[in-house]
Design a binder for this molecule. Structure first.
Ligand code: ATP
Ligand code: MG
Length: 508
């Protein structure tokens, strides 16, 4: 089963760029998170020790511990002896220090925090409101530091304790704002630096990857050029190679380049041997056809000699001689066709002339009418000459083949029309008949060699004299292609059209 890929359709460049930038982003994120978490933990540890210092200030107030009778001290359990307002403004307390006194019922009943001199213009204390006190009443009493949100003041790091001896229940704390400010600032700096770093890495990475992939693009250009070469037939010179600078086997691109060169070398030798074997076969067919002409002519000659000779022959011998002559004639045509095809395949030059198609059509249709008087023959010709540069004999043969098909593959009574239509730079020649048409499975292969319909095979098997070989349209195709033209077949029951398109001559 094929796995659906998220990156399908992405270029290698985009993939490399996105992967490396993502990797850098992940590393930066991990570094950022670890830095922030450890910095925050460290700052909270320091804040907790500062809270402990504040507790120490309470314990060791000037004059030796919780001093009775002194301002700010507390006289052994007196409910109002410890004045939080005075304590928070005593020397040594940082701005924002908060202190609260708890009653025996466990509720905070009095508290104050010190104001910052910088923002208020004076260093003083502010009593806590009832709402703030009730928020602080919930402070756990386990002697640890806890973060409490005090309405209107923000988060505070608070510690509850009982003054030994005096029994006074107190809580002191410091704001967490400086810690969270520092952490926020560090997070901001990390995000900005990471974003700038990613943008720079993206741009630098894109440039580096583009530079690194230049050789690969050169190799791809060569592969593209080779893919556009017509390799399927004829002689091919495959001179394209990846330059040696891009075939260094120590680099990945070099490995691709040298593999492509080896592949091109193999393809070139395969094409050469294909061409050599095609030439050999063509030469063999041409030679064999050529050699067969003489013995075939002799067979026909001797058969005719015996038939016309003075000796008396029985009806069986006469029939046999007739068959020998007609089959030898058929074989001669076949051999001539094969020879012509072999010569056209070998690219033998044709003898070009300026030919007007109209007289050629009249001649060939006249011949066809003589051969097939049962058909209705029509011509449709333009008033002006329709001139093409062509080998007259070969073109005559093409037309004769098309007209012979329209005669032999249709029943008597069929109308056959030969039409010449001068066009824009081309001349069109249609041979149309109203016969039963070419079978659907044969139509796509009708121009291939030895392609015949079943009825034609039956005739070839001796049912009718002069049976078909299946080479007529193959020859028409080869001749028209050698002239730089095209031939197409369009067929349906009642209408079959063979259309030749030939380049018109300039003087036409
Ligand atoms: N006008 C047509 N109407 C119907 N079928 C046709 C027509 N022209 C060609 N065909 C079919 O196409 C086949 C191939 O034609 P092609 O001329 O190549 O060979 P052939 O006529 O059988 O033999 P050859 O022309 O070599 O004597 C024919 O056998 C016939 O079945
Ligand atoms: Mg034919």
């Amino acid at each position: 089963m094929k796995r659906p890929s998220l990156h399908r359709g992405w270029s290698l460049r985009s993939r490399l760029l996105v992967s490396s930038v993502t990797l850098i982003a992940v590393v930066c994120a991990i570094v950022g998170v670890v830095t922030t978490v450890s910095l925050q933990a460290y700052l909270y540890t320091r804040l907790d020790s500062s809270v402990d210092d504040v507790v120490g200030h309470v314990m060791h107030a000037p004059g030796g511990g919780p001093a009775a009778g002194r301002p700010g001290g507390f006289p052994g359990g007196g409910r109002t002896a410890f004045d939080p307002r005075k304590f928070v403004t005593q020397g040594g307390q940082t701005a924002g220090t908060l202190s609260v006194v708890f009653g025996p019922d466990g509720r905070a009943f009095q508290g104050a925090f010190s104001r910052d001199q910088a923002t208020t213009g004076q260093f003083g204390s502010t009593p806590l409101t009832a709402a703030q006190l009730s928020a602080l009443s919930g402070l756990p009493r386990d002697g640890d530091d806890h973060t409490v949100t005090v309405p209107g003041l923000g988060d505070y790091r608070m510690k509850y304790f009982v003054v030994p001896g005096a029994g006074t229940r107190l809580a002191v704390g410091l704001p967490t704002l400086p810690v969270s400010d520092t952490v926020d600032r560090v997070i901001l700096v990390i995000i900005c630096v990471t974003a700038a770093g990613l943008a720079a890495a993206g741009m630098a990475g894109a440039a580096m990857i583009r530079y690194a992939l230049v050789p690969l693009r050169r190799v791809a250009v060569i592969a593209g050029r080779v893919s556009e070469l017509p390799l399927s037939q004829g002689e091919v010179t495959l001179s394209e190679r990846v330059p040696s600078a891009d075939t260094d086997p120590r680099t990945e691109v070099g490995q691709v380049g040298s593999a492509l060169n080896r592949l091109l070398g193999h393809v070139e030798s395969a094409l050469e041997s294909r061409q050599a074997s095609e030439t050999r076969v063509r030469q063999f067919v041409a030679d064999a056809s050529h050699e067969l002409r003489t013995p075939l002519a002799s067979i026909r000659g001797y058969a005719e000699l015996i038939r016309r000779g003075p000796e008396e022959q029985g009806p069986g011998t006469r029939h046999a001689l007739g068959r020998i002559e007609s089959e030898a004639g058929r074989m001669t045509t076949l051999v001539e066709d094969l020879l012509l095809l072999a010569r056209l395949d070998a690219g033998r030059p044709l003898s070009y002339d300026t030919v007007d198609l109209s007289p050629l059509v009249i001649d060939t249709v006249s011949d066809a009418r003589a051969a097939g008087p049962g058909h209705l023959w029509r011509v449709d010709l333009p008033d002006d000459p329709a001139q093409v540069r062509a080998d007259t004999a070969r073109l005559h043969q093409v037309l004769a083949n098309l007209l012979a098909n329209a005669r032999t593959h249709t029943p008597p009574g069929t109308t056959v029309t030969a039409r010449v239509l001068p066009g824009d730079g081309v001349v069109r020649l249609d041979v149309e008949d109203t016969g039963p048409g070419i079978p659907g499975d044969l139509l796509p292969h009708v121009f291939e060699r030895f392609a015949r319909g079943d009825a034609s095979r039956a005739r070839a098997n001796g049912v009718a004299p002069g049976g078909s070989s299946g080479l007529g349209l193959a020859i028409a195709h080869a001749v028209v292609t050698a002239h730089g033209g095209t031939i197409t077949a369009d067929s349906a029951p009642g209408r079959t059209v063979f259309r030749l398109t030939l380049p018109a001559t300039a003087e036409a």
